[in-house]
Design a protein around this ligand. Sequence first.
Ligand code: BG6
Length: 511
Amino acid sequence: MNVMEKPDNLILVIFGASGDLTSRKLIPALFSLKVQKLLPDKFAVIGCGRTEYSDENFRNKMKESILSFSEEKNPDKVLIDEFTRTLHYFPIDSSNESDYKKLKEKLYEIAKELDSPANFIFYMATPPSMYSGIAENLHAVQLADQQEGFRRLIIEKPFGYDLVSGRELNRKLHELITEDQIYRIDHYLGKETVQNVLVTRFANGIFEPLWNRNYIHRVEITSAESIGVEERGGYYDSSGALRDMVQNHLLQMVGLTAMEPPSSLESNSIRNEVLKVLQSLQPVSEEDVAKKVIRGQYTGSTIRGVCVPGYRYENDVAKDSRTETYVAIKFFINNWRWGGVPFYIRTGKRLPTRVTEIVIHFKKTPHHLFQRESGNLTSNQLIIRIQPDEGILMKFDMKEPGAGFNVKNVNMDFHYTDLADIRVPSAYERLLYDVMTGDSTLFSRDDVVETAWKFVEPIQKAWANKPELKIYGYPAGTWGPSVSNDLIEGCGLTWRYPCKNLSDDGLYCEL
Ligand code: BG6
């Protein structure tokens, strides 16, 4: 991390502390901050939930989570003990106002013991349906007032279910607290390599002159997962890939790829530019959905000798479900920089590999002098690999040694792992640290969230209102419905088929 200052003393309250997010992500991330000496000098966590735990039980459970999920190599047991001593547990019925009065007493008591100001952060690691109820109760017992210290609220996506509910959630929260107290987590923004999009673009003078409609043929963004819905069938079946990944993670990546240079690194200056991109997205009208959006659902298959069930046979998924596990969209950005450049984004579960990347396809040379092994295809691509094998790849043409002028497409690559011993911090580490220091740059702002909903709304409506719009099956372990290649404008062009190694691509990759 760049800024190594310690946050002011504070207490972090986690609602939903007995859940998976707390044990798999939040506590290991806090422990990593402890290892890096980036936690406040005086710090405590209060885990809240319905389950009854004593402090001792909770500490032991969290100790196990650190041992299982921490990204620290060989975590130091003494440090784990020191860290878990800062953890407390407070059973609560989060819909009961009088429980919040007791929570308030507990918070002040701990703040007094720590001799710390009453700075409190509330993390809602709960189902989204509980967000506004918790905020109301915090407000009712004055735990949202900032007179005696800062009060910040962290919420996880989904921020609503569609444009109307997203707006309604924002409206309710704004009745209780101010926008600058709200930190909406889109964990993609916490990924080092997503932030590196900004650095690649704006720390290097060589890309900017080319980063526009004059030189770029198309932009492709892929976020592929090899896993299925696992134990989240209930949630996923009412969500689908469009809500789960496109409305948030993919559109944020579009924003960072397409934005104008911000005037500074100040949080609103970056978020204003992202907002402008989202406001410039050419709406995909309900009528256009058939032509510009492909949805798919994985069917049962055998992947490397293992039978995997089709989506409809996953736990808690309706047997006749029409929820998409794959979506690909073509759209344009109506502004001077991008007018006429198609953007293609896709995401899906049970694809061949887990990979997220941004591919900038540059235009072809105006005159072809040489015989090229790649024929008519574009020769220059810049690939920003978000995960795995994080790095950057530039593809361009070179002369093959020997007689004549045979041209071969070659790679020039940089892998994050080349940065020797620097561990790439997890997204949650970065985001928790940023909330503690009050930096909201990497969090979704209300207007950005609503504008993103506005873009996906006609697609949601078309799918809901027009049963004739197809949902294509694709065998688990393949690159989604083959018709999604028809979205790509240009003879013989297809999506890139990335492999787990940044430098390789192709339908058949190293396993
Ligand atoms: C979450 C989605 O936001 O992102 C999940 O709800 C998805 O369905 C996950 O699996 C992907 O995150 P990552 O960091 O593994 O790319």
